[in-house]
Design a protein around this ligand. Structure first.
Ligand code: UDP
Length: 342
């Protein structure tokens, strides 16, 4: 409650969401989190900002969303809630269409009904599929190869239609590989199960997990391993604040890549983790993982011109932060820290 305009952050208990909450609060924008706590950590919301309201619920619960908009004077929404495992989406597409598309459409209906017309959407490089050209520009063809990528592409399309029909102003931020942590705030990456390269490599180097498997070393890249664009999660968060600021009184922004424009191979990441942890990463080479394109690197041009945003951190910074966070919280966030107020 209060007089200031507030931002509704769905999925604010998640990895990227908690950093977005922290960045909003630090920019003087009160944040209200809506999260079902199925994969996120309510403890992360507490660490992101001590007086952030956290409401446990579904984003498609229209009565709840309308009530939150009124109670907290919500003027914009950052929508990160959703299911985000590419592999899982292949085996269970309905879960993804339900959670990411149906729930997202419900959220948008409630927001528009309540007069909220500024929206920042957590999209993904997965909308592109294997790129014809790198670095990838936003108007490249969208050919997702997973149900997860499909759901992000479809909701982007919904946003464009709502822009045309109802004047919704939005930014669809297409994340590349978010990485890193913020040991000072106690925020870091803690998925269950963990599937991401950097946290797995950090844990393997610290002896907290079995040796890492490198998924293929026969790709058409200089060292044969896949190249990705790792962008620090603290930079990803500030891009959301920049998007909110640009949408406030400005035009709709459409799709914007969030990457660094620089790619690193899996082996380069393992070397960075070795340096960041101070111990080698035990690993072996295994087969390719289905659905991995050899190279995914963003063009950062549009983010620079439209948002005035450029990343401040490099891979070594992200890895150092991830390692420091893991040293401070070897078991990650406490398991299920109880219900939030609602
Ligand atoms: N990767 C790997 N071993 C692992 C996890 C990931 O070799 O145990 C590779 C993966 O094939 C990809 C890169 O690391 O090339 C980044 O994978 P991640 O799952 O972190 O992110 P994604 O690119 O799938 O979003």
């Amino acid at each position: 409650m209060g007089d200031a305009r507030a931002i509704l952050v769905t999925g604010g208990a998640g990895y990227i969401g908690s950093f977005v909450v922290r960045a909003c609060v630090r920019s003087g924008m009160p944040a209200v989190v809506l999260d079902d706590a199925s994969t996120g950590h309510l403890e992360a919301v507490r660490r992101a900002g001590s007086d952030v309201a956290a409401v446990r619920g579904h984003v498609g619960d229209q009565a709840l969303v309308r009530a939150l908009v009124t109670e907290h004077r919500i003027t914009a929404c950052v929508h990160l809630a959703g299911s985000s495992r590419v592999g899982e989406s292949t085996g269970n597409p309905l879960k993804y269409f339900q959670n990411n598309v149906a729930e997202g459409v419900g959220l948008l209906e409630a927001l528009l009904g309540a007069g909220v017309r500024q929206f920042v959407f957590s999209s993904s490089a997965a909308v592109y599929g294997p790129p014809a050209q790198v670095p990838i520009v936003e108007d490249a063809a969208l050919r997702p190869i997973s149900p997860y990528g499909d759901t992000k592409m479809v909701l982007e399309r919904v946003l464009e239609r709502l822009h045309e029909a109802h004047g919704l102003r939005y930014a669809a931020l297409r994340y590349f590989n978010a990485a890193g942590a913020d040991p000072e705030s106690g925020l870091g990456e803690d998925h269950d199960p963990e599937t991401h390269l950097i946290p797995l490599a950090v844990d393997a180097a610290m002896g907290q997990r079995p040796p890492l498997t490198v998924f293929g070393d026969d790709y058409p890249t200089p060292d044969g391993t896949c190249i990705r664009d790792y962008v620090d999660v603290r930079d990803v968060a500030t891009a959301h604040v920049a998007a909110l600021a640009a949408l406030e009184g400005g035009p709709s922004l459409g799709a914007i890549n969030l990457g660094t424009g620089r790619g690193h191979s899996v082996m380069e990441v393992l070397r960075a983790v070795t340096a960041g942890v101070g111990r080698p990463v035990p690993h072996s080479v295994g087969p390719r993982r289905a659905g991995d394109p050899p190279v995914l690197v963003a063009s950062g041009e549009r983010a620079r011109t439209v948002l005035g945003w450029a990343p401040r951190y490099a891979l070594a910074d992200s890895v150092a932060a991830a390692a420091a966070w893991r040293r401070a919280w070897p078991r990650g966030y406490p398991a299920h820290t109880g219900a939030a107020e609602s």
